[in-house]
Ligand binder design. Structure first.
Ligand SMILES: Nc1nc2c(ncn2[C@@H]2O[C@H](COP(=O)(O)OP(=O)(O)OP(=O)(O)O)[C@@H](O)[C@H]2O)c(=O)[nH]1
Ligand SMILES: [Mg+2]
Length: 352
């Protein structure tokens, strides 16, 4: 029998001369840079809260037509269905491909039951697409990743708190994705009102036990837990979106005119839109991608593969008792893992 490495041996040897394996981080970096990064973000919330406008504000380019009107005769155009827009941004040789998933607003119907279904279905479908790629015999070296890494959830700036429909949607979505809440159109509130509203919302999140981003993973150390606690204090970001350029003292700024003056959306003193962008793109990008894979996708994968296994075990005859039944069960168990990827993929797609 071949001798296996002993995992209990943990002594670290310092080589006498430079071996060179410390360059592995550089090698990994080179490979990752070549491949580029993929980030998928979705906007969700009630109608008219500025989701499409934010999609366009986030990367300073017009990607989707909003319901904003140039002149009063124009009809309001709502986002009619889920729409994905892609953009690649490059910074110092690093390529980031971003998919932004714009969703139709909800909450206008008399009966809003199930209004979150298409959104949740979309998120699950992306998990399924990934799982199918993983299970095919001839896997690509890099699987294409359309899994939703972050859901930006828009809250109406009413100053009172969450609506019952918001609580329901937040509960549903936080089961399948990283949900980051934002206070929409915060230019309609004074700074003091924003602070008070944030405190109300934080209490509500805790009261309704909403598992919003960030989640603590088991292997997180003290420092990471501390960072997460700090982030939770900052949420939800009070944002303002605008695609319009306004001239203030001869300078062009992206902003909105309000009764208090011009809100420059890129100015940290005016709103938390710059915080949100920094949070998403510079500080939490990798964590959002990683936690999607480790928590949400893993949960989906586990439930699909377990259901698949149980289904194949639950075939006629597998419930009878006695040694022959046990043998039969064992045979079926073996079969369930030797059906081949194609059969597995089709059973998974059929909702097994
Ligand atoms: N005051 C204010 N108005 C905003 C803000 N963001 C967007 N708007 C305006 O709100 C209106 C609706 O914006 P959209 O971005 O189309 O809203 P939406 O959430 O995508 O709407 P649906 O697609 O119907 O769900 C437009 O007239 C925008 O110009 C904001 O931060 N503050
Ligand atoms: Mg829209």
């Amino acid at each position: 029998m071949t001798q296996q490495p002993d995992p209990t041996i943990t002594d670290v040897i310092q080589p006498d001369s430079h071996v060179g394996f410390d360059s592995i981080t550089k090698q990994i970096e080179k490979r990752l840079l070549k491949r580029g990064f993929q980030f998928n973000i979705m906007v969700v919330g009630q109608s008219g809260l500025g989701k499409t406008t934010l999609v366009n504000s986030l990367f300073a380019s017009h990607l989707v037509t909003t319901s904003g009107r140039i002149n009063p005769e124009e009809k309001l155009t709502r986002t009619p269905k889920i729409k994905v827009v892609s953009q690649t941004i490059e910074e110092n040789g690093v390529f980031l491909k971003i998919n932004i998933i714009d969703t139709p607003g909800y909450g206008d119907q008399i009966n809003n039951e199930g209004c979150w279904d298409p959104i949740q279905k979309y998120i699950k479908e992306q998990h399924l697409l990934y799982l199918r790629q993983e299970l095919t015999a001839q896997r690509k070296p890099y699987l294409s990743d359309t899994r939703v890494h972050c859901v930006l959830f828009f809250i109406q700036p009413n100053g009172h708190g969450l609506k019952p429909i918001d609580i329901t949607v937040l509960k549903k979505l936080s089961e399948t994705a990283n949900v980051v809440p934002v206070i929409a159109k915060s230019d309609s509130m004074t700074l003091a009102e924003r602070v008070a509203f944030k405190a109300i919302l934080q209490k509500e999140f805790a009261y309704h036990r909403l598992h919003l981003y960030p989640n603590n993973l088991e292997d997180y150390d003290e420092e990471e837990r501390h960072v997460n606690a700090q982030i939770r204090k900052m949420l939800p970001f009070a944002i303002v979106g605008s695609e319009k350029t306004i001239t203030v003292d001869g300078k062009h700024v992206r902003g909105r005119k309000t009764r208090w003056g011009v809100v420059d959306i890129d100015n940290e003193a005016h709103c938390e839109f710059p915080h949100l962008r920094k949070f998403l793109i510079s500080t939490r990008l990798q964590d959002l991608i990683e936690t999607t894979a480790q928590i949400h996708y893993e949960k989906f994968r586990f439930s699909r593969l377990t259901a698949l296994k149980e289904n194949s075990l639950g075939q006629p005859g597998s419930n009878s008792n006695g040694p022959s039944a046990a043998l039969q069960q064992q045979k079926q168990q073996q079969q369930s893992f030797s059906v081949g990827p194609a059969a597995m993929v089709s059973s998974i797609s059929n909702g097994a």
